[in-house]
Write a protein that binds this ligand. Structure first.
Ligand code: OAD
Ligand code: ZN
Length: 222
């Protein structure tokens, strides 16, 4: 299964593209979530990510996250791929979460790419190993998905019997391609989203509901 920002919406974490409330409706992603933006104004990018970190740190997993953690013990095998960087699945008890777009709480050296421990208070932290700027450990536009995440996710999509796409606008590839790979490999595919997405016609089932109510109902019914 694949989750997107929609599953964290009921935890109070803004999505990206929803009009009014979405992050991208207020900020231009090209100004904040690209390597060039970071090199152009690292302090601005850090201010934005620190604001998002605080927002996410105050959020709690909602019944949708909890239901997915419970679901793992009710089915033979569950692979949870998330585009979210908020750790809410892990905090709800999900194990082996594949973080397709990294994790907002990680700090990485901009040059070496490794996770580093650095001075969290500095306006732009520097790598203790090589002195380069440190960046948030999330995948930015134009960057590659971590190879292990990519390979594990597409392998699971090819092998699964049922693929759930939950709380994502299905606009960002390669993540949005997972459902298509699962479908082509013979899986049943379902979308859980109050608003139909551009891939809706491809899904066998569409549950037009919030994740926080649809997922507990699915777990209840099993
Ligand atoms: P979006 O903001 O694009 O889409 C959020 C989706 O969640 C929308 O389709 C909403 O209809 C749906 N939604 C809202 N509330 C919901 C709820 N309570 N239950 C279920 N669904 C709900 O966010 P993503 O699809 O996650 O990438 O965006 C994908 C990627 O684009 C993000 O990971 C990020 C962004 O650029 C990077 O940062 C690399
Ligand atoms: Zn370094």
């Amino acid at each position: 299964m694949l989750t997107g920002a929609g599953i964290s919406a009921e935890s109070g974490v803004p999505t990206f593209r929803e009009a009014q409330s979405g992050l991208w409706s207020k900020y231009d992603p090209m100004e904040l979530a690209t390597p060039d933006a970071f090199l152009r104004d690292p302090e601005l990018v850090w201010r934005w990510y620190r604001w998002r970190r605080e927002l996410v740190a105050e959020a709690n997993p909602n019944p949708g996250h909890v239901a997915l953690a419970e679901l793992a013990s009710l089915v033979p095998r569950l692979t949870l791929v998330t585009q979210n960087v908020d750790s809410l699945h892990q905090r709800a008890g999900s194990k082996d979460v594949i973080e397709f777009h990294g994790n907002i709480f990680e700090d990485r050296c901009f040059v070496e790419g490794c996770v580093v421990d650095c001075d969290a208070e500095a306006s732009v932290p520097v790598c203790p190993g090589c002195g380069s700027k440190v960046r948030p450990g999330v995948v930015w536009f134009g960057e590659a998905i971590p190879e292990h995440a990519l390979n594990q996710s597409f392998a699971a999509a090819q092998e699964c019997d049922m693929f759930l796409s939950i709380g994502t606008s299905s606009l960002v590839y390669p993540a949005a391609g997972l459902a298509e790979v699962a479908k082509d490999a013979g899986a049943s595919v379902a979308e859980i989203n109050p608003n139909p997405t551009g891939l809706a016609s491809m899904f066998d089932y569409a549950i037009a509901d919030k994740a926080g109510s649809a997922l507990p109902a699915i777990v209840e019914a099993l």
